[in-house]
Design a protein around this ligand. Structure first.
Ligand SMILES: [Fe+2]
Length: 263
């Protein structure tokens, strides 16, 4: 499993507090079948968050500590960038990190909104050769209400990252339902733990991957947790399954299907 979203850098944001805690979190990930992890600390413009140059030093410190501890896991640098109209400039000025310096950029939407300029940002990034990855869309209130908002953003050129623990119900039933819909309709391309602490729940990767496999099958899960994120590591182009538009099944159709399955 390649974990494309985590807060493992020590003392940087609301993630790991100390180097020791970072190491414990990474050990926990490794035990749960994670082979590679992207460190994606938050970046919110004008809020005093660490820029690339600050995080690089801390990242190298963590990397050498992992080597000393003989923990066989690869870590890569990135940022979880809160969406702003200035995102292209922030990348070009090297204030924010793309994922492992690749064309892929992890972007966070507000919890309760999909700003109007989101479409323009996706377009501006694609024109410049970047590929936006929308972090945990299943947690966004607008997308919960209408999953096809995400379908539309994918058609504009965005990819998406699921928090695996959403499938396990960690964020509640609405988020779980939405995660299932997005996965079933091929609107998910990557997965992450979004781990912030030693709380083991987001890190129960094997169990969560099993739940996801029951839902969409081994091949599609393998694309999400292994094949697709390898393209980030290699900075190579990625062809993904075509997302399907979500169509809500009516109560009558559901009842009909239920009766049919009982025959
Ligand atoms: Fe995060």
């Amino acid at each position: 499993m390649i974990d494309t979203h985590s807060h493992i850098l020590p003392g940087v944001d609301d993630g790991a507090r100390t180097l020791q805690q970072s190491i414990e979190m990474i050990k926990m990930a490794h035990k749960n079948g994670v082979q590679s992890m992207f460190a994606t600390p938050h970046y919110i413009q004008y809020e005093g968050y660490n820029e690339v140059k600050d995080n690089t030093k801390i990242f190298k410190w963590l990397e050498s500590a992992l080597k000393e501890e003989n923990i066989d896991i690869d870590i890569y640098m990135g940022h979880e960038i809160f969406i702003t109209p200035d995102i292209v400039t922030l990348i070009e000025e090297e204030k924010v990190a793309t994922l492992n310096g690749s064309r892929y950029v992890l972007i966070e939407l507000p919890m309760f909104d999909v700003p109007k300029f989101t479409e323009d940002i996706i377009y501006a990034l694609r024109i410049k050769g970047y590929v936006p990855i929308i972090a945990h869309p299943e947690r966004n209130k607008k997308i919960i209400d209408d999953p096809n908002i995400l379908y539309h953003l994918i058609h504009l050129g965005a990819l998406t990252q699921l928090n695996l623990s959403s499938i396990g119900g960690y964020y509640g039933q609405d988020v779980k339902n939405t995660a299932q819909i997005l996965a079933k309709y091929d609107m998910i391309h990557f997965a992450g733990s979004d781990v912030h602490s030693l709380n083991p729940k987001p890190m129960l990767v094997e169990a969560l991957v099993t739940q996801l496999t029951q839902l969409i099958g081994h091949q599609r899960v393998n694309e999400i947790i292994s094949h697709n994120p390898q393209a980030i590591i290699k900075d190579s182009a990625l062809a993904v399954r075509e997302a399907k538009q979500y169509r809500q099944i009516s109560a009558i159709k559901r009842l009909y299907n239920l009766l049919l399955s009982g025959l």
